[in-house]
Design a protein around this ligand. Structure first.
Ligand SMILES: [Zn+2]
Length: 187
């Protein structure tokens, strides 16, 4: 399979050695690829892969894997999100190595695309903030007993925070406009 490695910023070729369906993670053994015949054009030559003897991608805490009462030891293994894996079956054993049918470029592109897709789907949860009812301490709003009205007015206050001029429409109950005695009410 091919999978994108975000430390390397590139896709790697590997083999799934352990699946954990609970958290959707997989342990992938790293395989290195090389072109079997340098004389041929790289685009034509099929890539061969062989087990990585150990590189910077290796996470030693995953080195020992217990599976079906058997213990396995891997020289280069790391954990990945299973959803980002691009699996392929077109491999042919050639001696100690394996010959890949799909091209490396194709796998590289597919794995990168899949990684980006999965990353976009994971919605990072925003930390839940407990909304404090600030309107209760507001000089005017604290006199409004109905919570719904208070919250509506609070929203209006927020909406018009930066408005320099406001226009009010009344039903005609406004009196003594532009004076200190200005009142507005029902009835
Ligand atoms: Zn490696």
């Amino acid at each position: 399979m091919a999978i994108y490695n975000d430390t390397l910023n590139s896709a790697i070729i590997g083999r799934i050695r352990f699946k954990n369906p609970i958290n959707n993670s997989i342990l992938v053994e790293h395989w290195l690829h090389f072109i079997d015949n340098v004389v041929e054009s790289p685009s034509y030559a099929k890539p061969l892969v062989s087990r990585c003897p150990g590189c910077s991608l290796h996470i030693s805490s995953y080195a020992n894997v217990k599976k079906s009462k058997r213990k396995y030891r891997y020289s280069c293994i790391a954990s990945y999100n299973a959803l980002t894996a691009i699996c392929f079956v077109d491999i042919v054993k050639r001696g100690d190595n394996y010959l890949l049918r799909p091209s490396l470029v194709e796998l590289q592109q597919k794995a990168t695309k899949q990684y980006d897709l999965v990353k976009a789907l994971i919605v990072t949860p925003t930390p839940s903030t407990t909304t404090v009812d600030s309107s209760l301490t507001d000089v005017v709003l604290k006199y409004i007993p109905t919570p719904v009205t208070r919250s509506q007015l609070c929203q209006l206050k927020q909406d018009f925070k930066f408005t320099r001029t406001l226009e009010f429409y009344t039903d005609g109950s406004m009196m003594a406009h532009r004076t200190d005695q200005c009142v507005m009410g029902i009835g």
